[in-house]
Design a protein around this ligand. Sequence first.
Ligand code: VG1
Ligand code: CO
Length: 561
Amino acid sequence: MKIVTVATTAFAGQRPGTSGLRKQVGVFMQPHYLENFVQALFDTLPDKAGQTLVLGGDGRYHNRVAVQTILRMAAANGYARVLVGQGGLLSTPALSAVVRKLGASGGIVLSASHNPGGPDGDFGIKYNIANGGPAPETITEAVYTRTQGITGYTIVEGGTAIDLDTLGTITLGDMTIEVIDPVAIHAQLMASLFDFAAMRAWFAAGHRMQYDAMCAVGGPYAKAVLEGRLGAPAGTVVNGEPLEDFGGHHPDPNPAHAAQLMAAMSGQSAPDFGAASDGDADRNMILGRDFVVTPSDSLAVLAANAHLVPGYRAGLTGIARSMPTSCAADAVAKALGIASYETPTGWKFFGNLLDAGRVTLCGEESYGTGSDHVREKDGLWAVLFWLNLLAATGQSVEQIVRGHWARFGRHYYSRHDWEGVATDRADALVNSLRERLPGLVGTRWPEAGAACVAAGVADADIGAWQIEAADDFAYTDPVDGSVSHKQGLRLLFAGGARIVLRLSGTGTQGATLRVYFERYEADPSRHDLPTQAALAPLIAAAEQIAGLCLRTGLNGPAVIT
Ligand code: VG1
Ligand code: CO
């Protein structure tokens, strides 16, 4: 084995965002680009002697090349052992499970998650620490700083390509590479949490489901459990073969991008239950027949019914949600008499709360739900949790959600994504609004009341449309005291409604402005409004206050979920 040091110069812009470093494939394919980032990561971590690294990705274009490079760099940088998923594959939650189960010092996930793949798509890399969760900002910032001063990287030179397709052990100099089954450990973990017998009986009784893996890494995991262990008929999992370009689709499980599943779940003959996962299988979408469950509601429903699931029968210690996620879960926490936490966007902020045992369930409005079984959100886990509830209650998805609203009230919720905004325009919009926030407190939005009437939503209570508080969300981690500023602009109305604006940290082209709307409705006779109509007052107020069309130069949001 010959270790060489290759001289390089720093690349600008290698700062990880909400979830790792994401760039267009062409950027990652530049000579030394990936290597620089990986060396900066290795330089930031303590001594690798005797340490185990877990490595795998979502199978997108460039995954295999990157795995080969990282294996040769890991050997050159002194790792004792690397566990790599067969074919270079590991879903994000499976990597988290493997890190925890096998006592690794960390893991590298190769994924740009819900972003499109292929030669013209995106690529990404993310580091997870020994608890199995995304590295905290102290580490990602240190890595970024290191990328700015990097002058070289070390790598094992040449040799033949490492066989990633055969299970077993390979040596690379002093390092051992173990090619592992990417599915087994995660599937076993699922079996330990859920009532597989009840779910088998649900399928055996003739209930049907469709799981859309969106041609991404979730397919093998879903097939192994649903079709392999739970007796779901073959074909329950569709788009189940991971493809390098995700079949040209956008592997983002929401009603806009999972159009095939939405169509399949419509009509009398549709399956009872529909679900989808994203590129790296950490997100989930839950559907009933002609019924969409919002991710915020999903978190709340899982929390309220957790006692029906074996793995959570002992109860929850607390619930955490990201700030833009609706307050539906808070209402459940209050009813259960347990703690609730509001964190910035991104799973890395849940790690400390989970490690400290302060929370059991976590969720984000962006189709992410998870628990203390791993330190990532977990698509298949959420789907199995729902399946367990369907089997345990005998109810439909719609019945469970409607029952939940009747008990806790409904939190109408929507996110509008303004994509492809010029970066300077997006920054100007957010900066301008941030400066004007103090002046907005106490102001009334009669336009909101007018919009209610126009939308046919009776709401005489104009007083509810007074802005009670407005700020840029800052978070102090209750476990380690670290503070994160500028996590999203919040406009909080007297009646409990909210508008939140923040810029995406996962995109690779221009800026994406996310505008989140939430409004609580206790009255069961008003739980059947079309979501956009129910939120029309807030949507109108956001346009008035922030000047979205004018300042972005766009006619409207590209994606509404
Ligand atoms: C988005 C979501 C956020 C999620 C992140 C990573 O971030 O809003 O909730 O944690 O993606 O998800 P942003 O900064 O673009 O809003 V994944 O499945 O792309 O790793
Ligand atoms: Co993802």
